[in-house]
Design a protein around this ligand. Structure first.
Ligand code: ADP
Ligand code: MG
Length: 248
Protein backbone atom coordinates (compact mmCIF):
# COMPACT_ATOMS: atom_id res chain seq x y z
CA UNK A 1 0.00 0.00 0.00
CA UNK A 2 1.40 3.41 -0.97
CA UNK A 3 1.51 6.05 1.74
CA UNK A 4 -0.43 9.28 1.37
CA UNK A 5 1.50 12.48 1.00
CA UNK A 6 -1.39 14.89 0.68
CA UNK A 7 -5.13 14.52 0.88
CA UNK A 8 -7.92 16.92 -0.06
CA UNK A 9 -11.12 15.89 1.65
CA UNK A 10 -14.45 17.20 0.32
CA UNK A 11 -12.87 20.58 -0.37
CA UNK A 12 -14.86 23.53 -1.64
CA UNK A 13 -13.60 27.03 -2.20
CA UNK A 14 -15.48 30.22 -3.04
CA UNK A 15 -13.81 33.53 -3.88
CA UNK A 16 -15.54 36.60 -2.57
CA UNK A 17 -15.18 39.79 -4.58
CA UNK A 18 -17.13 43.00 -4.94
CA UNK A 19 -18.86 41.43 -7.94
CA UNK A 20 -20.10 38.56 -5.79
CA UNK A 21 -19.17 35.01 -5.00
CA UNK A 22 -17.34 32.67 -7.39
CA UNK A 23 -17.28 29.01 -6.50
CA UNK A 24 -13.98 27.72 -7.88
CA UNK A 25 -13.81 24.25 -6.29
CA UNK A 26 -16.69 22.03 -5.30
CA UNK A 27 -16.58 18.90 -3.11
CA UNK A 28 -13.17 17.79 -4.27
CA UNK A 29 -11.54 14.61 -2.95
CA UNK A 30 -8.02 13.97 -4.12
CA UNK A 31 -5.03 12.08 -2.75
CA UNK A 32 -1.39 12.24 -3.79
CA UNK A 33 0.76 9.27 -2.87
CA UNK A 34 4.43 9.25 -2.01
CA UNK A 35 6.55 8.98 -5.15
CA UNK A 36 3.73 9.49 -7.62
CA UNK A 37 3.36 11.90 -10.50
CA UNK A 38 -0.19 13.18 -10.61
CA UNK A 39 -1.45 15.40 -13.42
CA UNK A 40 -4.51 17.61 -13.14
CA UNK A 41 -6.12 18.56 -16.45
CA UNK A 42 -9.07 20.85 -16.91
CA UNK A 43 -10.23 23.79 -19.01
CA UNK A 44 -8.69 27.23 -18.42
CA UNK A 45 -10.25 28.98 -15.47
CA UNK A 46 -11.71 25.81 -13.93
CA UNK A 47 -9.81 26.08 -10.66
CA UNK A 48 -6.49 24.21 -11.14
CA UNK A 49 -4.24 26.95 -9.76
CA UNK A 50 -6.71 27.38 -6.91
CA UNK A 51 -6.14 23.74 -5.92
CA UNK A 52 -2.38 24.34 -5.77
CA UNK A 53 -2.94 27.48 -3.66
CA UNK A 54 -5.01 25.39 -1.25
CA UNK A 55 -2.22 22.81 -0.98
CA UNK A 56 0.34 25.57 -0.39
CA UNK A 57 -1.86 26.97 2.36
CA UNK A 58 -2.22 30.32 0.57
CA UNK A 59 -5.98 29.81 0.65
CA UNK A 60 -8.19 28.24 3.31
CA UNK A 61 -10.94 25.94 2.04
CA UNK A 62 -14.47 27.28 2.47
CA UNK A 63 -15.45 23.71 3.41
CA UNK A 64 -13.56 20.45 3.78
CA UNK A 65 -9.92 20.00 4.67
CA UNK A 66 -6.41 19.78 3.25
CA UNK A 67 -4.20 17.30 5.02
CA UNK A 68 -0.46 16.97 4.53
CA UNK A 69 1.26 13.74 5.60
CA UNK A 70 3.77 15.59 7.74
CA UNK A 71 3.57 18.89 9.50
CA UNK A 72 6.74 20.12 7.84
CA UNK A 73 6.18 18.71 4.39
CA UNK A 74 8.35 20.77 2.06
CA UNK A 75 6.62 22.08 -1.05
CA UNK A 76 8.44 23.22 -4.18
CA UNK A 77 7.00 25.16 -7.10
CA UNK A 78 7.63 25.48 -10.79
CA UNK A 79 5.42 28.08 -12.41
CA UNK A 80 4.61 29.24 -15.90
CA UNK A 81 6.94 32.22 -15.41
CA UNK A 82 10.36 31.33 -14.05
CA UNK A 83 10.69 34.36 -11.71
CA UNK A 84 14.48 34.42 -12.10
CA UNK A 85 16.14 37.66 -11.05
CA UNK A 86 17.94 39.28 -13.98
CA UNK A 87 20.58 41.03 -11.89
CA UNK A 88 21.74 37.72 -10.39
CA UNK A 89 23.80 35.07 -12.11
CA UNK A 90 22.41 31.57 -12.67
CA UNK A 91 24.38 30.38 -9.64
CA UNK A 92 23.03 33.16 -7.42
CA UNK A 93 19.50 32.51 -8.65
CA UNK A 94 19.83 28.84 -7.80
CA UNK A 95 21.04 29.72 -4.30
CA UNK A 96 18.33 32.33 -3.73
CA UNK A 97 15.78 30.04 -2.10
CA UNK A 98 18.41 28.61 0.26
CA UNK A 99 19.48 32.15 1.17
CA UNK A 100 15.95 33.33 1.85
CA UNK A 101 15.25 30.30 4.03
CA UNK A 102 18.58 30.69 5.88
CA UNK A 103 19.63 27.24 4.74
CA UNK A 104 22.68 28.19 2.69
CA UNK A 105 25.59 26.10 4.00
CA UNK A 106 28.72 24.66 2.36
CA UNK A 107 26.80 21.44 1.99
CA UNK A 108 23.58 22.86 0.53
CA UNK A 109 25.64 25.05 -1.85
CA UNK A 110 27.61 22.03 -3.05
CA UNK A 111 24.41 20.08 -3.60
CA UNK A 112 22.87 22.93 -5.62
CA UNK A 113 25.99 23.25 -7.78
CA UNK A 114 26.03 19.48 -8.31
CA UNK A 115 22.45 19.70 -9.58
CA UNK A 116 23.52 22.39 -12.08
CA UNK A 117 26.36 20.13 -13.27
CA UNK A 118 24.28 16.96 -13.44
CA UNK A 119 21.59 18.61 -15.49
CA UNK A 120 23.85 20.34 -18.00
CA UNK A 121 23.88 23.89 -16.66
CA UNK A 122 27.24 23.87 -14.88
CA UNK A 123 29.01 25.90 -17.53
CA UNK A 124 26.30 28.58 -17.39
CA UNK A 125 26.56 29.31 -13.70
CA UNK A 126 28.06 32.79 -14.21
CA UNK A 127 25.58 33.70 -16.97
CA UNK A 128 22.64 36.03 -16.43
CA UNK A 129 19.10 34.70 -17.02
CA UNK A 130 18.60 36.93 -20.08
CA UNK A 131 21.52 35.14 -21.77
CA UNK A 132 19.65 31.82 -21.59
CA UNK A 133 16.85 30.33 -23.69
CA UNK A 134 13.36 30.01 -22.23
CA UNK A 135 13.81 26.27 -21.73
CA UNK A 136 17.11 26.71 -19.93
CA UNK A 137 15.60 29.36 -17.68
CA UNK A 138 12.82 27.00 -16.68
CA UNK A 139 15.43 24.35 -15.89
CA UNK A 140 17.29 26.82 -13.68
CA UNK A 141 14.02 27.56 -11.91
CA UNK A 142 13.48 23.83 -11.34
CA UNK A 143 16.98 23.39 -9.97
CA UNK A 144 16.49 26.35 -7.64
CA UNK A 145 13.41 24.54 -6.33
CA UNK A 146 15.16 21.17 -6.08
CA UNK A 147 18.01 22.77 -4.11
CA UNK A 148 15.47 23.23 -1.32
CA UNK A 149 14.89 19.45 -1.26
CA UNK A 150 11.10 19.58 -1.53
CA UNK A 151 8.99 16.51 -0.72
CA UNK A 152 6.30 17.49 -3.20
CA UNK A 153 6.71 19.53 -6.37
CA UNK A 154 3.82 21.65 -7.60
CA UNK A 155 4.13 22.39 -11.31
CA UNK A 156 1.65 24.98 -12.58
CA UNK A 157 1.64 24.91 -16.39
CA UNK A 158 5.44 25.19 -16.35
CA UNK A 159 5.85 24.65 -20.10
CA UNK A 160 2.96 26.68 -21.47
CA UNK A 161 4.97 29.84 -22.21
CA UNK A 162 7.47 27.88 -24.36
CA UNK A 163 7.39 27.03 -28.05
CA UNK A 164 6.24 23.52 -28.95
CA UNK A 165 9.65 21.99 -29.64
CA UNK A 166 11.14 23.38 -26.43
CA UNK A 167 8.10 22.26 -24.48
CA UNK A 168 8.51 18.64 -25.67
CA UNK A 169 12.21 18.55 -24.94
CA UNK A 170 11.97 20.27 -21.59
CA UNK A 171 9.11 18.09 -20.37
CA UNK A 172 11.29 15.09 -21.21
CA UNK A 173 14.13 16.52 -19.17
CA UNK A 174 12.02 17.68 -16.27
CA UNK A 175 10.44 14.24 -16.11
CA UNK A 176 13.87 12.58 -16.02
CA UNK A 177 15.06 14.94 -13.28
CA UNK A 178 11.97 14.41 -11.12
CA UNK A 179 12.23 10.64 -11.43
CA UNK A 180 15.95 10.56 -10.79
CA UNK A 181 15.58 12.73 -7.69
CA UNK A 182 12.66 10.50 -6.53
CA UNK A 183 10.25 13.40 -6.15
CA UNK A 184 6.48 13.35 -5.93
CA UNK A 185 4.81 15.87 -8.19
CA UNK A 186 1.51 17.44 -9.17
CA UNK A 187 1.48 18.82 -12.71
CA UNK A 188 -1.33 21.20 -13.57
CA UNK A 189 -1.94 21.57 -17.28
CA UNK A 190 -4.65 22.12 -19.87
CA UNK A 191 -2.60 20.01 -22.33
CA UNK A 192 -3.92 16.43 -22.42
CA UNK A 193 -0.85 15.09 -24.23
CA UNK A 194 1.48 16.58 -21.68
CA UNK A 195 -0.47 14.94 -18.86
CA UNK A 196 -0.52 11.49 -20.51
CA UNK A 197 3.16 11.69 -21.41
CA UNK A 198 4.29 12.42 -17.85
CA UNK A 199 1.82 11.25 -15.21
CA UNK A 200 1.09 8.04 -13.29
CA UNK A 201 -2.50 9.22 -12.82
CA UNK A 202 -4.54 11.97 -14.43
CA UNK A 203 -7.27 13.79 -12.54
CA UNK A 204 -9.77 15.33 -14.97
CA UNK A 205 -11.53 18.44 -13.72
CA UNK A 206 -14.84 19.81 -14.97
CA UNK A 207 -15.31 23.42 -15.99
CA UNK A 208 -15.69 25.82 -13.04
CA UNK A 209 -16.53 25.03 -10.35
CA UNK A 210 -13.90 22.30 -10.55
CA UNK A 211 -15.21 18.86 -9.75
CA UNK A 212 -13.34 15.64 -10.21
CA UNK A 213 -14.83 14.08 -13.34
CA UNK A 214 -12.45 11.14 -13.63
CA UNK A 215 -9.24 9.74 -12.25
CA UNK A 216 -7.37 7.76 -14.86
CA UNK A 217 -4.40 5.50 -14.17
CA UNK A 218 -1.74 5.71 -16.89
CA UNK A 219 -0.01 2.39 -17.45
CA UNK A 220 3.03 2.55 -19.70
CA UNK A 221 6.02 0.22 -19.31
CA UNK A 222 8.32 1.61 -16.63
CA UNK A 223 11.26 3.65 -17.82
CA UNK A 224 9.69 5.14 -20.95
CA UNK A 225 10.36 8.85 -21.37
CA UNK A 226 7.53 11.27 -22.19
CA UNK A 227 8.64 11.34 -25.84
CA UNK A 228 8.67 7.54 -25.98
CA UNK A 229 5.24 7.40 -24.35
CA UNK A 230 3.91 9.67 -27.08
CA UNK A 231 4.88 7.03 -29.65
CA UNK A 232 3.01 4.18 -27.91
CA UNK A 233 -0.34 3.09 -29.41
CA UNK A 234 -1.96 3.29 -25.95
CA UNK A 235 -1.08 7.00 -25.82
CA UNK A 236 -3.92 7.82 -28.20
CA UNK A 237 -6.39 5.71 -26.23
CA UNK A 238 -5.59 7.64 -23.06
CA UNK A 239 -5.81 10.91 -24.98
CA UNK A 240 -9.25 10.03 -26.34
CA UNK A 241 -10.54 8.94 -22.95
CA UNK A 242 -9.48 12.17 -21.30
CA UNK A 243 -10.73 14.20 -24.26
CA UNK A 244 -14.18 12.64 -23.85
CA UNK A 245 -14.16 13.27 -20.09
CA UNK A 246 -13.39 16.94 -20.75
CA UNK A 247 -16.44 17.43 -22.95
CA UNK A 248 -19.08 19.49 -21.12
P1 ADP B 1 -7.10 27.69 -13.68
O1 ADP B 1 -5.79 27.65 -13.00
O2 ADP B 1 -7.75 26.34 -13.85
O3 ADP B 1 -7.05 28.40 -15.00
P2 ADP B 1 -7.88 29.37 -11.41
O4 ADP B 1 -7.78 28.44 -10.27
O5 ADP B 1 -6.80 30.35 -11.61
O6 ADP B 1 -8.14 28.52 -12.77
O7 ADP B 1 -9.25 30.18 -11.30
C1 ADP B 1 -10.52 29.54 -11.13
C2 ADP B 1 -11.63 30.58 -11.13
O8 ADP B 1 -11.54 31.38 -9.96
C3 ADP B 1 -11.59 31.53 -12.32
O9 ADP B 1 -12.91 31.78 -12.72
C4 ADP B 1 -10.96 32.79 -11.76
O10 ADP B 1 -11.44 33.92 -12.42
C5 ADP B 1 -11.41 32.76 -10.31
N1 ADP B 1 -10.37 33.35 -9.43
C6 ADP B 1 -9.08 32.97 -9.33
N2 ADP B 1 -8.43 33.69 -8.43
C7 ADP B 1 -9.32 34.57 -7.93
C8 ADP B 1 -9.28 35.62 -6.94
N3 ADP B 1 -8.14 35.88 -6.28
N4 ADP B 1 -10.40 36.32 -6.71
C9 ADP B 1 -11.55 36.05 -7.37
N5 ADP B 1 -11.67 35.09 -8.29
C10 ADP B 1 -10.59 34.36 -8.59
MG1 MG C 1 -3.94 28.38 -13.61
Amino acid sequence: MQSELMHLSDVSLAYHTVAGETTAIQNLDLTVYEGEFLAIVGPSGCGKTTVLSLIMGLLEPTAGSVRLAREHLRLGYMLQRDHLLDHRTVEKNVLLGLEVQHRLTEESRARAMALLDTYGLGEFRSFRPQQLSGGMRQKVALIRTLALEPDLLLLDEPFSALDYQTRLNLSDEVYRIIRKEHKSAILVTHDISEAVSMADRVAVFSARPARLKALIGIGFPAGLSPLERRRQPAFHDYFDRIWKELQP
